[in-house]
Ligand binder design. Structure first.
Ligand SMILES: Nc1ncnc2c1ncn2[C@@H]1O[C@H](COP(=O)(O)OP(=O)(O)OP(=O)(O)O)[C@@H](O)[C@H]1O
Ligand SMILES: [Mg+2]
Length: 286
């Protein structure tokens, strides 16, 4: 039975980069992986195949109401299967319902079972609003990874996601992944938030040109720069899952209420202010 991993987070926070690199990391340890792009941007495959993949919601791929399966999965780096749901709006559908319906169809048609993956990775849309519908209720999610940077907006989105994920996926593993941090200060900020809500930080991925560099060639950093520090972080995250260490962290998280989140933000605002401007600013303390 496949292990299902879903990657959530605010738009642009790095979900696709993490999903593709995690897929490559699993594949490089001999696992069979299916990456399902659920984002309307349909760009999940690019880092593994170097090209645009066909999308499930493209009417041309459906004949007599049936999905033409062979064309749907594109094989990428080390045999990773890549499947894009596509843009429900472009195909005149409601985004959340179309994604959920497409997934149902793929499961019912045996597409996922036929591929026989060890891991199925869902690269979720950044739109928090539609995730409630698309939380893969029917399809068991073993690991929900919430990607966040140290920005308030992405922490705010993560806090909202905790509500959605912990209610719909009780007793599943939910963890944070810090992405794009530029200093240990930013790692500490997210670590502190994680402690407040009762989640573990599964990985801290720094901002790196290694990701930007490999992206320009349509590759993951795991493929393009296997000896890099960045690639090692993605492989460590994969190992945390394959050896069962992350599974111990069940979803007992509790989001911060509005007042507590504001208080937490101001606490870190004060620290950041001191770091950036100095405790003595504008000469007032001289
Ligand atoms: N750790 C990192 N260091 C440097 N660049 C990064 C890092 N993570 C992601 N990026 C870059 O940030 C951009 C956005 O990343 P990505 O597409 O993975 O975000 P996303 O969350 O999937 O976005 P969307 O919500 O639109 O699906 C990409 O150009 C990617 O290369
Ligand atoms: Mg994406």
């Amino acid at each position: 039975m496949a292990t299902n991993i879903a990657i959530y987070g605010k738009g642009g926070v790095g979900k696709t980069t993490i999903a593709a690199n995690l897929s490559a990391a699993f594949a490089s340890s001999g696992r069979r992986v299916l990456l399902i792009g659920c984002s309307p941007t349909a760009d999940s495959s690019h880092l593994l195949t170097g090209e645009e993949a066909p999308v499930v919601l493209n009417p041309l791929l459906v004949q007599d109401g049936q999905i033409v399966i062979e064309k749907l999965i594109t094989i990428g780096y080390l045999g990773v299967g890549c499947l894009e749901i596509g843009d429900p709006v472009a195909s005149c559908g409601c985004s959340s319902k179309s994604i959920a319906a497409s997934l149902d169809k793929l499961y019912d048609a045996g597409v996922i079972a036929d591929f026989a993956p060890d891991f199925v990775i869902y690269d979720m849309p950044g739109d928090v609003g539609c995730i409630g519908e698309v939380t893969l209720r029917k399809h068991k999610v073993d690991y929900s990874l919430i990607a966040t940077s140290a920005s308030y907006q992405s922490i705010y989105a993560a806090n909202r996601l905790i509500t959605l994920l912990t209610s719909s996926q009780a007793n599943r593993t939910v963890a944070l992944v810090v992405n794009g941090s530029v200093s240990s200060f930013e790692d500490s900020l997210v670590e502190h938030f994680a402690r407040q809500v009762g989640l573990t930080v599964a990985a801290a991925i720094p901002r790196s040109f290694a990701d930007r560099h490999s992206e320009l060639y349509g590759k993951t950093v795991v493929e393009a720069g296997p000896l890099s520090f960045q690639a090692n972080i993605y492989r460590s995250l994969a190992r945390l899952i394959t050896d069962g260490r992350l599974a111990r962290h069940k979803a007992a998280a509790k989001p911060l209420d509005a007042a507590r989140l504001k208080e937490w933000a101001h606490e870190w605002g004060r620290r950041l202010g001191e770091l950036e401007f100095g405790i003595i600013s504008d000469g007032a303390g001289i």
